[in-house]
Design a protein around this ligand. Sequence first.
Ligand code: ADP
Ligand code: MG
Ligand code: ZN
Length: 476
Amino acid sequence: MFETVIGLEVHVQLNTKTKLFCSCPTSFAAHQNINTCPTCLALPGALPVVNKEAAIKAMRLGYAINGNVNHSSNFDRKSYFYPDSPSAYQITQLTKAIVQKGELFIDLKDGTQKRIGMTQAHLEADAGKNIHEGNYSKIDLNRSGTPLLEIVSDPDMRNSDEAVAYLKKLHSTVRYLDISDANMQEGSFRCDVNVSIRPQGQKEFGTRVEIKNINSFKFVAAAIAYEVQRQTEAYEDGVYEQDVRQETRLWSVADGFTKSMRSKEEAADYRYFPDPDLRPLIVTQEMIDEAKIMPELPDVKVKRYVEEFGIKPDDAKVITSDKEMAYYFEEMLEQGAVAKTAVTWLTSELLGRLNKSGLSIEKSPVNAKTLGVLVSKISDDTVSGKGAKDVLDYMMKNTSRDIVMIIDELGLAQVSDDGAILAIIDEILSQNQDKVEQYKSGKDKLFGFFVGQTMKASKGTANPTKVNELLKERLG
Ligand code: ADP
Ligand code: MG
Ligand code: ZN
């Protein structure tokens, strides 16, 4: 039996206005090579200056993960030649990162939490992009010098579920902190997966393989599964030493397997040395104060939702896993929606409809205010639960308008008025004299029939509690 060991390195593109060492904008430019200057083009003599906003955002992550935020950290040069890196080195933080140590807690399937240690988070500059078109390769340096935060975990994960749970937690955390849009398709949240195996009980780690730049949670799980099997088979076949080497591999989406890219470089290969153009990054009190401005994070939210609103921990976890959803939920409550009802209407009614239309909650045609009001109208008996579903269907297709107006227009206003309901009941009873006789002579089951008929005659608008009450009264 073997144990899997996983450590993750995540590159998060920070959402700063300008690049890490120059004042070029980080926005996607329409034209290639527009967002460039002598510094990010690495022209001789141009000097880098650290972006304060990037440092503050890195520090904010540090505080959020309980890490040590270094008040002085260093920048180093990592030398390598790539066509999309005009300086032939990357500026990174090797010897002293801005954040060291830290932790994240992941939720396991059995309901418990597991602590995953974090090694460090360091600032570094991104490279440009190579674009291959027909017989040409072009270079776009708009991305050159964009700030990245590389977040390195300890080798604390033991299977792909834990790795994916960690990634999702980190993804949601950086989004709550608003330090990155963390868009995986666009590459602003990319992940390197380190995987090794060892015989159960063995203390030393096995040889790790690094799988580079995976951009979806699904591929992370698939790449781990493939690698674990490859390494296990090598072990069992007695060729572990030969076949499992410390190397960088690529996940091939098309093939569904990993393949060797290059043998793992040693630090010496990169000729790391302190960047002589950059002095230590010194953190000021003002920066600390700003970095500590923190939103309520998911773990705290879950606890509060459970204690304050009495909702189930599992529901609270689903809602808080995504900041947009949590904020949507909180806005619904501000409109007077009852928490437990709001949970159902958000997680099943709204999300169900959004999934069907392939929309994210940010793109929901029904905003939180509107859904909150609708849910409050169920509780105060303006509309029935069933009627509210029709209202929601209607609103998904039509731009938000006043809910009460829509309820009226669709003829869905719930009737709770005794007189109106009694009129319907009397009508039903007089049409079904025979059944009334049978009921009175002991056929209790017919009560349901009368309720059904009354609801039907009211087109579902009669308040069912009232219908029950009044029918009992009438039938004695
Ligand atoms: P590099 O930048 O060379 O890949 P780092 O030290 O920055 O090296 O990152 C190493 C990553 O690999 C960390 O996430 C760490 O947890 C993980 N790791 C280290 N040893 C192992 C191992 N034996 N098995 C799996 N993961 C490992
Ligand atoms: Mg690595
Ligand atoms: Zn620039």
